[in-house]
Design a protein around this ligand. Sequence first.
Ligand code: GLU
Ligand code: ZN
Length: 329
Amino acid sequence: MEPAGNVIRGRYAPSPSGCIHIGNALAALMAWLQVRSRNGIFVLRMEDIDTARCRPEFAQQITYDLRWLGLDWDEGPDVGGPFGPYVQSERLKLYETALNRLKAEGRLYPCYCSRHDILAAAAAPHGLASEGPVYPGTCRSLSPEEVQRRSLNKSPSLRFAVPSGEIFFTDGVAGPRRTDAAAGGDFIVRRADGIFSYQLAVVVDDALMGITDVLRGADLLDSTPRQLMLYEALGWKPPHFAHVPLLLDRDGRRLAKRHGGITLAELRDAGVTPQTVNGWLAWAAGLLPEPLQVSPLDLLPSFKLDRISRKDIVVTPEMLGSLHPSFQQ
Ligand code: GLU
Ligand code: ZN
């Protein structure tokens, strides 16, 4: 499949494992603005590859919530498009093909460790913040005989053997980033239960959908080097990346993870309008001096990536109160 020509193509790629909360909505709005302000094509993709956590009802709810906010997309599960299907669970063959290429080129190896072994082996908890402990490479150099022997008892996960060297990229919001490729350890591309990893699926999808610009939450900033390694290994040109700040509570926890986090559905039920939500998000992100009532379209003229705050956004009770008094706690 040929990636699209010179057109800017961006996407929002939610996992339908819950409802959209205001942190997700911030990333969705910024991704939409980035694409629409450059006359690009906006794609919605449902990342439901982790079938145990994802549910079709959430996918429907997410679609509804995004439209309620005033966002639209040119390609997606409900509207189709030339690069479909736009639902990860319907794209497994594509992941398999990519995986087989990596395998054929000797970039993968089977790992028989349990999560427990890996936790025990990761002496210091200096793993990628969003991805658990660093894998210490235990199974990287098993002999073929050992692999055969272990396969009798256990089906392995498959790991990508990260090359040595540095990964460099310039993030559209966070700026230049340089990391030691090995720092995160060899990562999983297919789990022992056969589920493809987020890292593999997202790279295959973004590449085959011709995505030129990825804008998403800063929780995925440290996944980007891994994705760049996969682009390199598969011989694909990577997109530009931009990671927007997360919304945190006063204790520095992600608002997303807060018990009963503030969802768009809750705001709507409380009578908050989409204009209020959009204005609040743009204000929190640093695009507006105050929380005005706006539609996404109203924000287009003033949108610039470099105006987005680089630091995570601490959401105070007063800020929540300006969305609706009942959210001020
Ligand atoms: N599906 C991922 C999530 O909801 C986002 C993937 C991405 O934007 O790369 O966290
Ligand atoms: Zn292992």
